[in-house]
Design a binder for this molecule. Sequence first.
Ligand code: LLP
Length: 393
Amino acid sequence: MISSKYISLLHENQTPFYFYNMELLQTTLAAVKHAADSRNYVIHYAVKANANERILKTIASYGFGADCVSGNEVKAALSAGFSPRDIVFAGVGKSDQEIDYALRKNIFCFHCESVQELEVINRIAGIQGKRALVALRINPDVSANTHAHITTGTRGNKFGLSPTELDQALGLIPSLNNLRLIGFHFHIGSQITNMEVFEQLAHRINELQAQFFANIPMPYLNVGGGLGVNYTNPEEQPIPNFEEYFSTFHSNLKLPMGQRVHFELGRSVVAQCGCLVTKVLYVKGDELKKFVVVDAGMNDLIRPALYNAVHKIVNISSHSTPEYYDVVGPICETTDCFAHDIQLPETVRGDLLTILSAGAYGEVMSSRYNLREKPLAVYSTSIKEVYNKVGLT
Ligand code: LLP
């Protein structure tokens, strides 16, 4: 756990800010790489989870590919050092300009989500005199059993091609001379911690391969991302169980000869290395309810307001007797609340709180709502090194 002495050394108390433990990020990256390499799996980091430049550069330096959902994400990935040959471009609404840009940059592959999109990519590739590689995103109708807002793979979600659309797409592709179909793509949702869900996905993929691709085996299969992290007790599991995750696919997927499995992991790579550090402005309330008002708001970290997401909060300045509090921000919205009725040591104005597991979908989803400044980011290259400096072991 980081101490307030350490935090103030890092940033002289200009709160709120995202704090990234780069050592934990590197250990996590080494763990994913080891687990994936040993099965010949390819990882594309989902840039949407955290597009902070230093984080991207660190991830790129491990040789991962990138999964992008906008032209600007492709741009950020390229400038962070990801090779264009390892960039995939997904998303239900790619604009003509974004497709044109990605094609000019010679990215590896487009994940297509509609018949019309195939026609647009074919047209733009023709203008550029290129043949674009495409994979079809299939809606497998598998429920992720996660928060409804982050479920993507069931009928009724906007994502992917239904079986009827898949038939249409496969009928059309032979006439689209500037495209080459290399495989298919799935993504059923995020923050999935039950491996049975991935098992079901693997079985559904086997069925679909047998039904649609038995005579035309494809070299590329992308099963998306979605591996969840431990938000309630991050200290217990700072690194997700990548071995268990990959081995679920390994033991359940039936692959045709020569097909390689690709993944798009976001949250599991970056969630635990980041926390949001905020200062207590006021403590208010009465015998019924006490509020800790902090200087971070839902504009800095929107997950609790948007998905009722739980993030563990630690008061790093106080060790007094615990009391019950709501931890709320300064924004003029009732949902600007990081936690209801949680126990914290008796908290006073000026205390520093850390909101843990905020490395994924935190900084990147921050906004300037209420015209607040965007949160800053602070990094440690080695926790031990800084601990030594402040006399901690
Ligand atoms: N691939 C595709 C096509 C996706 O849509 C996503 C996430 C990923 C990969 C990465 O999934 P991950 O490994 O991070 O679960 N803002 C929400 C999460 C939205 C996820 C959107 N798609 C949150 O804060 O929980």
